[in-house]
Design a protein around this ligand. Structure first.
Ligand SMILES: C[S@@+](CC[C@H](N)C(=O)[O-])C[C@H]1O[C@@H](n2cnc3c(N)ncnc32)[C@H](O)[C@@H]1O
Length: 722
């Protein structure tokens, strides 16, 4: 037996809409049905045309959690090799995989393809689409929990053996054991499963790769016969990446970096020449901008776009800027090449082994040696809490002031559950949230829930990459809810939150708060991997509502509450015109600078707002908003996402010319009308360093160390490892 897996690195790569916070069961499945049936006469009896219509919907309307073409291709190739007579799919959703696999299966002489789907609505969509595709003679849709359905199909002698199994729901381990016990899988069966790495099925994966000796003790211990499986079955397991091996991905990106180097060099050289000329014409030099009243400002995190923006803005305003950053594995920070810096220092990254002492000592040394007046802490998520500790030590031992919350505040705001507790304590609106440390608490909370309200579970303290499960609770019937809860690893050590599920649009904010007063503020539409920034208008009701929330929150903390503050909100009704009537659901707080700070590039008022911390009378009442209507993007991200990936897919005959060209106008509009978050005419070297030094070095390290990643954030230098 073989095992396949696919990383979700490229789930959205086919140009599907962004996944967003709410990504299924909000009416989109029925909308899809209308969408496809509106084209019924063009797609009837053609599985590929029905699939193309589903893809079109997911690209133009709403994201759909389908297996997609790339991962689908891996499975279809396995079907071609295996030529199964009976195939079972666990988790059908809207039938994309049923149609894709059922088509190949039927053409190869397959007899019965069972799609098991727990949701009656989704199952109805599958039935309608399978029928439209002309596959209802082989694809049978079975409604209900997969466990109960497997048992019934077996009991009624409708299913006695499975030649190929595709697992794509939630209860991976439970159902494989059930199939073993019922004798549905046996030597020769091919078991395939999606999502083994991301979002991850660790129990399932360790079960499938365990030896007979390793399985026996658990088998003997298990009292519930249904959960025992067959310990004598040995699987030949193999992980298959959904898009391409990560090694190839890294090498391809290094190759791209080299290929585009001449273009970047031309841009940089032209920019340097233009600067020289402008300097000669105006009779001044960029280094001579320093004003006599200028301060010494330390900006940490200058490799990230947010740190770079702040460094440049302070330098433009006549201050001496010292930059500092981590340089993991020798990958040089792009910020160190910025001509806005008087000097650059490398910082020791806090690690579990060495703690944060070397990092904080490094900061102290810089602050003392460079006589820093103001430290603008621009931390990434890895050092947010350490920066809180550093602030306390620095302000105690030196005259330097820090734009950073203290350690207790940073910790409270950093964790979702303590943040929500705080908002609630301040009398502001929160989604209903419970901290969960045992299974019973979930049941108790769900039993008391208002009718119709749905909830999701999120583990506390885990990286977002590990969160994939958006199962809405309670499930029907109640036993399903209990089953779902019981398979979660909940304990005192690994607490979770149970949070009200809010169907709404997501927005994020960025604020600079000085002694409890909001000095700088911006809000933008948000998404999971935010790479395009466009501020909401200053006077818009939504912007005002989010500003007021931030002001109330900051005021409650009061004096001494100084730092960068950003919130993620879900908003159900974005059309409400009265800011006071807009219901905001804060779901997360980041007590650190947000990349949205790029919207304030070179804003002297923003710099003044920061410096008000050093002023004796810091009572400047106005809030600084983004002035220019500029929108921001990152060329490297857009180039790959909007041009090169679609082109590669076209060459591999995976998409049509029309689909490939669909992204081109967006790319050009960004190129001509938006601003790049890294490039600046008078400071072009960070662009060169970002794409031709930093990222290639990171990719090289990944190849050398066999590290895998699923997504990159060009602006924050973050690699989501998996
Ligand atoms: C990722 S989607 C499946 C996508 C589908 N295989 C495709 O690629 O087009 C997972 C589906 O599993 C269903 N599901 C979750 N738990 C289930 C269970 N216990 N039994 C049957 N279906 C389940 C969900 O309702 C959802 O529709």
């Amino acid at each position: 037996m073989a095992e396949t897996n696919s990383s979700s690195a490229f789930d959205a790569e086919q140009g599907y809409q962004k996944k967003g916070n709410t990504y299924f069961d909000d009416g989109r499945e029925i909308e899809l049905l209308h969408f496809v049936y509106d084209r019924a006469e063009h797609v009837r009896n053609s599985p590929s045309a029905v699939l193309a219509a589903i893809d079109e919907y997911a690209r133009s309307k709403n994201y759909l959690m389908n297996v997609g073409q790339y991962k689908g291709k891996i499975i279809t190739e396995l079907i071609q090799e295996q030529k199964p007579q009976t195939m079972v799919e666990l988790g059908g959703y809207v039938g994309y995989s049923s149609i894709l696999f059922g088509d190949v299966f039927k053409r190869l002489g397959g007899k019965r393809y069972f799609t098991l789907e727990s949701s009656p609505e989704f199952a109805a969509v599958i039935m309608a689409l399978v029928r439209l595709a002309g596959l209802d003679d082989v694809v049978e849709v079975i409604v209900g929990d997969s466990g109960a359905s497997l048992e019934r199909l077996h009991r009624e002698k409708n299913l006695e053996h499975v030649d190929m199994l595709f697992i794509d729901h939630i209860e991976f381990e439970r159902d494989i054991k059930l199939c073993e016990r019922l004798g549905l899988v046996s030597p020769g069966t091919l078991v395939t499963a999606d999502n083994c790495v991301y979002p991850g099925q660790p129990e399932y994966w360790s079960y499938m790769t365990a030896s007979v000796q390793e399985r026996r003790p658990a088998f003997n211990r298990e009292e519930d016969e249904r959960k025992r499986g067959n310990p004598d079955l040995i699987y030949e397991s193999r992980l298959v990446e959904g898009f391409e091996p990560s090694g190839e991905k890294n090498v391809t990106l290094i190759f791209l970096s080299v290929a585009f180097l001449p273009i970047t060099l031309v841009i940089v050289l032209l920019s340097l020449a233009a600067n020289k000329l402008l300097g000669l014409l105006s009779g001044r030099n960029i280094k001579s901008l320093r004003s006599s009243s200028g301060k010494n400002v330390l900006v940490t995190g200058v490799g990230m776009s947010k740190g770079l923006t702040l460094a440049r803005s302070f330098q433009q305003a006549g201050h001496r800027v010292i930059g500092a950053d981590f340089e993991p594995d020798g990958a040089l920070s792009p910020g160190r090449f910025s001509n806005s810096l008087a000097r650059f220092h490398r910082l020791e990254k806090p690690t579990a082994k060495h703690g944060s002492a070397p990092y904080i000592q490094g900061l102290l040394d810089i602050i003392q040696n460079e006589q820093i007046d103001l430290w603008v802490s621009c931390s990434g998520v890895a050092s947010a809490v350490e920066d809180g500790g550093a602030k306390e030590i620095i302000e105690n031992r030196t005259d330097c002031k820090a734009i950073q919350f203290d350690i207790a505040t940073t910790r409270t705001l950093h964790e979702k559950h303590t943040f929500i507790d705080k908002v609630r304590a301040f009398g502001l609106n929160v989604p209903e949230t419970h901290t969960i440390t045992n299974h019973q608490q979930v049941q108790d909370a769900l039993r008391k829930a208002p009718s119709g309200r749905k909830y999701i579970m999120k583990p506390i303290g885990m990286d977002d990459a590990a969160r994939g499960d958006m199962t809405l609770l309670p499930k029907a019937p109640w036993e399903e809810t209990v089953k779902h809860i019981n398979q979660l690893q909940i304990s005192e050590k690994q607490a979770w939150i149970l949070q009200q599920f809010v169907k709404g649009e997501e927005f994020c904010t960025h604020a600079v708060v000085i002694n409890g007063k909001v000095k700088v503020f911006a809000s933008c539409p948000s998404s999971e991997l935010l790479m395009h920034y466009e501020a909401l208008p200053e006077g818009s009701p939504l912007n005002l509502a989010m500003l007021r929330f931030t002001q109330r929150f900051a005021a409650k903390y009061g004096d001494g509450f100084t730092g960068h503050l950003s919130f993620d909100f879900l908003v159900e009704d974005t059309n409400q015109q009265d800011p006071e009537q807009i219901v905001l659901y804060p779901i997360e707080c980041n007590p650190r600078a947000h990349t949205a700070v790029v919207l304030f590039s070179d804003d002297q008022d923003m710099v003044a707002a920061y410096l008000s911390l050093l002023a004796k009378d810091a009572s400047t009442p106005t809030v600084v908003y983004p002035k220019s209507p500029k929108k921001y993007y990152w060329i490297g991200h857009d180039l790959v996402e909007s041009l090169l990936l679609p082109l590669a897919r076209l060459l591999l005959l995976r998409i049509s010319v029309v689909e490939c060209l669909r992204h081109v106008p967006v790319f050009w509009s960004h190129l001509f009308f938006w601003r790049d978050g890294t490039y600046r005419l008078d400071d072009p070297l960070p662009l060169l360093a970002l794409y031709h030094i930093y990222w290639p070095m990171q990719f090289l390290n990944c190849v050398r160390e066999g590290r895998r990643w699923s997504r990159l954030n060009v602006s924050t230098l973050k690699m989501f490892e998996c």
